[in-house]
Design a protein around this ligand. Structure first.
Ligand code: PMP
Length: 387
């Protein structure tokens, strides 16, 4: 129950464990093409947008976004909501960008007013935003930020590593230019694949660079490969992790075929994650826990970042582990010993007994650490909110 890598479905696991296909094998070509087609649905991409699937982690997708959108001296505005926004700022800096930041206090979101003022002040070429920052649990309204950025002619990069597949974000209105993620979180796959969709404006930005980016990072090198696979044709530039692509075909289809509360596909998934986050929150309240992010409307649905209660510290993570459930410690450098994190995304959101077991394990861990808890009260609060 860490915020990634997460548990994957048995079907995804089976697809991953099959015999390794060659990169030109018909089943691999089909799995690759089908994964790109599913991405179009999950990202709500337009026909002119380009999905990419490249071996690497989320950080590779971040590097690729920066390498293709900026060159020396370009102004970039990074909206800072935690550890991963800081990483993005550093990455843009490495490609020579002149990086300005508008940062929130850890645990808070940056307001749209602050962003509007920063856009006015900085006149950036690119705005970068972390949709849900895994270090704080803070969610930004990425769509609204992208709309504002577009109005001043800036490109928007959204880091969706802790949100894509679980939070609402659409490329259909042409405001978001690169929406990136990695396989090991809400897409419900093993680690090792970077996923992103680039808009035509992002592709034009790449075309206008005066120097080519490193070959493996180059949108233009990969684009013909992605187009070929989507047309179910063989293609080769660099060998893909073929078992992961087989798993990806299955996992992404499971998102497309999800249904929750009358909603289908990604909309159903988003609603399911909201319901689960709310039920987990009911349990945390019953246990006397509070979130790093105070304002409920600024919290992502994919994880809970919870402050240790008085008298309890990082040893709680080990105490919960003894109950058989793995949760994560804090990550934000300014406060990492003050809180812990519980992921609730992907496959587990369809399996309430696993979520209940998590609530019980956290409760037992708290009790073992000396914090008084009403375990059954927390479980009841969880179940009442879930149903
Ligand atoms: N951004 C966010 C929001 C993340 O949560 C992570 C990983 N936890 C990353 C970027 C980096 O991804 P990766 O570890 O796959 O390189």
């Amino acid at each position: 129950m860490i915020p990634g890598p997460i548990e994957v479905s048995p079907e995804v696991q089976a697809a991953h464990q099959g015999p390794p296909p060659g990169h030109l094998a018909p089943n691999l070509v089909e799995a690759f093409g089908s994964s790109l087609a599913s991405m179009r649905q999950i990202w709500r991409a337009r026909p002119e947008d380009q999905p990419f699937l490249v071996a690497g982690s989320g950080t590779l997708a971040m590097d690729m976004a920066a390498a293709n959108l900026v060159q020396s001296g370009d102004r970039v505005l990074v909206v800072g909501t935690g550890y991963f926004s800081q990483r993005m700022a550093k990455i843009f800096g490495r490609y020579g960008a002149d990086v300005a930041r508008v940062d929130a206090i850890p645990g808070q979101a940056v307001t749209l007013d602050e962003i509007e003022q920063a856009l006015e002040r900085e006149q950036p070429r690119v705005v970068s935003i972390t949709h849900v920052d895994t270090s704080t649990g803070v969610r930004m309204n990425a769509q609204a930020v992208a709309e504002k950025a577009k109005r001043v002619g800036a490109l928007t990069v959204v880091d969706g590593v802790c949100s894509t597949g679980a939070e609402a974000l659409s490329m259909a209105d042409g405001t978001v230019d690169v929406h990136l993620t990695a396989s090991q979180k809400a897409l419900g796959l093993p680690a090792g694949l970077a996923f992103f969709v680039a808009s035509p404006r992002a592709m034009e930005a790449r075309a206008s660079l005066s120097l080519d980016p490193p070959m493996y990072l180059d949108f233009r090198v990969w684009q013909p490969i992605m187009r070929a696979y989507e047309d179910r044709e063989k293609a080769y530039f660099a060998t893909p992790p073929t078992n992961l692509v087989m798993a990806s075909q299955v996992g992404l289809k499971q998102i497309e075929e999800d249904a929750f509360n009358g909603l289908r596909g990604i909309e159903g998934r988003v609603a399911r994650h909201q319901r689960v986050a709310s039920a987990m929150d009911a349990a945390w309240s019953a246990l006397g826990l509070t979130h790093v992010c105070d304002r409920p409307q600024d919290r992502g649905s994919t994880l809970s970042a919870l402050r240790y209660p008085k008298g309890v510290g990082p040893e709680l993570v080990g105490a919960i582990g003894k109950e058989g459930v793995t949760v994560a410690g804090g990550l934000h450098p300014q406060m990492k010993d003050a809180y812990f994190r519980v992921g609730h995304m992907g496959w587990v959101t369809m399996h309430p007994p696993l979520l209940e077991r998590t609530v019980r394990s956290v409760a037992h861990g708290l009790a073992a650490s000396g914090w008084p808890v009403d375990i059954e009260g927390a479980v009841t609060a969880f179940k009442d909110r879930l149903n």
